[in-house]
Design a protein around this ligand. Structure first.
Ligand code: SF4
Length: 238
């Protein structure tokens, strides 16, 4: 199954284990070279609980290196980092090790993300994909976190810090302004590092940015540096 270090993928693995055991269970995880070290702590703890050693695949680059190589900054709609650092290494491993005729791929999205099911199924063809957390009983994120605690696991710390996903240390190009503002508040060092990377790319590629904003019906790049400048302004009276 596609293991990510997220709580949904852990809950998925627990359901797969309950139904099929672990003899043929593989926890396949892609290293983006940008994860919170605590994600790897959780992967180690949770895979020990499941009784399965994870299989880690990696392209070797970070998201920023992918953007520089592609001459394209990822954004909420197009994320080449996900393609090159997650999908391609995982597919290469599957091609070499998993016959689609007798392999089922499990993905950890839940019932609140059902709209993604068709695209994921299409993307992973010819493997058959299943989504155990879309089945009943439906659990929300807090229930999955509580479940992990009840199993004696310490959940990934990114959730405690107010992030809804445990990926790329809270520095995700798919996130919207709200998450970037949150990152600036709780981890300004990581925000500033991302801002510096974005500025480097802007120096090479021109007026591009991860975020966009619309003004009078026109879409403009919104650099992290500008978002930070605005966040420092006194808030306007309502
Ligand atoms: S979590 Fe976000 S930044 Fe990281 S690889 Fe996926 S899309 Fe890219």
């Amino acid at each position: 199954m596609q293991y990510s270090g997220g709580i949904g993928s852990w809950a998925t693995a627990m359901r797969v284990k309950a139904e099929h055991g672990t003899d043929n269970l593989v926890l396949l995880i892609a290293d983006t070279k940008a994860e919170d070290p605590d994600l790897w702590r959780f992967v180690a703890d949770s895979s020990a609980l499941l009784g399965v050693d994870p299989v880690v695949v990696a392209d070797g680059r970070s998201p920023w290196q992918v953007f520089a190589d592609q001459r394209f900054v990822g954004n909420s709609r197009i994320a080449p980092c996900s393609v090159h650092l997650k999908q391609k290494p995982c597919r290469a491993w599957l091609d070499a090790n998993a016959d689609p005729a007798n392999t089922i791929l499990y993905v950890g999205i839940d019932w609140s993300e059902q709209r993604r099911v068709l695209a994921i199924e299409k993307g992973w063809a010819p493997w058959i994909v299943r989504f155990p957390m879309c089945d009943e009983p439906h659990l929300n994120k807090q229930q999955m976190l509580d479940w992990a605690c009840a199993e004696g696991l310490r959940p990934p710390r990114l959730y405690e810090q107010g992030f809804s996903h445990n990926n790329c240390h809270g520095v995700c190009v798919r996130a919207g302004q709200r998450q970037w503002r949150h990152l600036l508040q709780v981890a300004p060092d990581r925000y500033l590092a991302a801002e510096a990377e974005e500025e480097k790319l802007r120096a090479q590629l021109g007026t591009v940015a991860i975020l966009k904003e619309r003004r009078q019906g026109v879409s403009y790049p919104l650099p992290l540096r500008e978002l930070r400048r605005r966040a420092a302004l006194p808030s306007q009276p309502a």
